[in-house]
Design a protein around this ligand. Structure first.
Ligand SMILES: NC(=O)c1ccc[n+]([C@@H]2O[C@H](COP(=O)([O-])OP(=O)(O)OC[C@H]3O[C@@H](n4cnc5c(N)ncnc54)[C@H](O)[C@@H]3O)[C@@H](O)[C@H]2O)c1
Ligand SMILES: [Zn+2]
Length: 405
């Protein structure tokens, strides 16, 4: 038996934000990030609509990018004080993910962070509050997914919380919110989205319900991401839907080792000034992982299907996979994202010698490989790497060398 879960309601298109006016409830807590939603006037509109719906509103502000366990605990304390029956999370993946974890802690005050991280181990929610997610970036699709990513900065590790209990009740996908994204954010979140769709399509948990969502998302991202990056607002709007479709696919088909590696490298070099942004990490690792996974016959066939659907050409399966890899690398170049960790420099732009020195990378390589293998996303990858293979793969992602094993 398999399960396919999405939010009960999804409001999309320009003006979708106004759906908040029709919400029924007493008290709404709005969880939001560091200021972009306030600056562009969306926060005021959200609070206004909720008040129009007759609700008392309180804010939990200042949720940082890649939210920490500490922020989750702080948010839970604020929520416990206010006792909302609606949680409204708005922003990029970070505030929405933090709000999901805060929600768990609000409903179960005694639960520990370790207990939250047990895959599909969250007890029933919605005893105290329902959850609405409003996305302002076009990548994580956390507004429709069963995931939340919280960073333990003491360990330098990102932990995915995974359970359909945290799939939001309502998602609002209003493209107006995405129009204010700076270019770099468009690039990173867009590459995150295509990684979601590709990993979902080749995942061992994919099914007839997830495949069409993944393929359609890939096609849309192929058509729209670079244009959106270059300022085409129609394409920007379309990307907001594309990333959400990719999310619907991967929330139900799960992901693979691109994400395992991104989760375990994202914060581990923070002491060297390198926060490897999630989408940029995925963008660098995806072509390498495709080459690795393609040694698995079934995965190779499915990458070939993706290449065909994208109309990339190629006669043999091998050619099609090569063209897919080349296409994704070209996207990175068009979006000004480096090909490898070694060249990951300031502001995540490519440079000769990036933040992460070779000796530091090599010192930490073994632990990163072990942690990546233990990540919740590894289980559904079509080819299971050994620790040795994972180390080799990570090295290819550091030096941008060919994957030939
Ligand atoms: N839950 C999931 O299913 C899932 C999937 C993939 C990634 N993630 C996680 O999500 C996080 C990344 O989320 P993200 O990429 O959406 O970025 P983010 O939420 O971390 O936001 C990044 C920055 O962009 C700003 N911002 C957000 N929206 C904006 C807008 N419309 N205009 C201008 N500025 C805006 C924010 O203020 C912030 O400074 C990572 O922690 C990642 O691990 C979660
Ligand atoms: Zn992702």
């Amino acid at each position: 038996m398999a399960r396919f879960t999405l939010p009960r309601d999804l409001y999309h298109g320009k003006g979708a934000l106004e759906a908040l006016k029709s919400f029924k409830g007493e008290k709404a807590m709005v969880c939001v990030g560091g200021g972009s939603m306030k600056k562009f006037g969306f926060l005021d509109r959200i609070v206004g609509y909720l008040k129009e719906a007759g609700m008392q509103v309180e804010l939990f502000e200042g949720i940082e990018p890649d939210p920490s366990v500490e922020t989750v605990m702080k948010g839970a304390a604020a929520m416990d004080k206010f006792q909302p029956d609606w949680i409204i999370a708005v922003g990029g993946g970070s505030p929405i993910d933090a709000a999901k974890a805060i929600w768990i802690k609000y409903e179960y005050p005694d639960i520990t962070f370790e207990e939250m991280c047990k895959v599909f181990g969250i007890p029933p929610l919605r005893r105290k509050a329902r959850f609405c997610a409003i996305s302002s970036t076009s990548g994580t699709a956390t507004e429709v997914t069963a995931f939340s990513i919280i960073t333990d900065y003491e360990k330098g590790i990102k932990y995915p919380i995974a359970d359909f209990e945290i799939t939001p009740d309502v998602a609002i996908v209003d493209p107006e919110l995405a129009e204010t994204m700076p270019k770099k954010l468009v690039a990173h979140t867009g590459m995150d989205a295509i990684t979601h769709a590709v990993e979902a399509y080749v995942s061992t948990a994919h099914c007839d319900y997830t495949d069409p969502l993944a393929l359609h998302a890939i096609k849309m991202i192929e058509n729209d991401l670079v244009g959106s990056y270059n300022g085409d607002m129609e394409k920007r709007d379309s990307m907001h839907n594309a990333q959400c479709l990719a999310g619907m696919a991967f929330s139900n088909a799960l992901l693979g080792i691109v994400h395992s590696m991104a989760h375990k490298t994202g914060a581990v070099f923070a002491d060297h000034g390198a926060h490897i942004i999630h989408g940029a990490a995925n963008a660098m690792y995806l072509p390498k992982v495709i080459a690795f996974n393609a040694k698995n016959e079934e995965a190779a066939k499915r990458y070939g299907e993706i290449a065909d659907f994208m109309q990339l050409g190629g006669e043999t399966l091998e050619e099609k996979i090569k063209l897919l890899i080349a296409y994704l690398r070209k996207m990175n170049e068009d979006l000004n994202i480096p090909h490898c960790i070694k060249n990951y420099g300031a502001d995540s732009y490519p440079c000769e010698q990036g933040f992460v020195p070779e000796n530091v990378f090599l010192e930490r390589l073994h632990d990163i490989a072990v942690n990546a293998l233990g990540d919740a996303c590894t289980g559904s990858n079509p080819r299971q790497p050994s620790v040795e293979e994972m180390e080799k793969l990570l090295k290819c992602c550091y030096y941008d060398t060919e994957v030939d094993f």
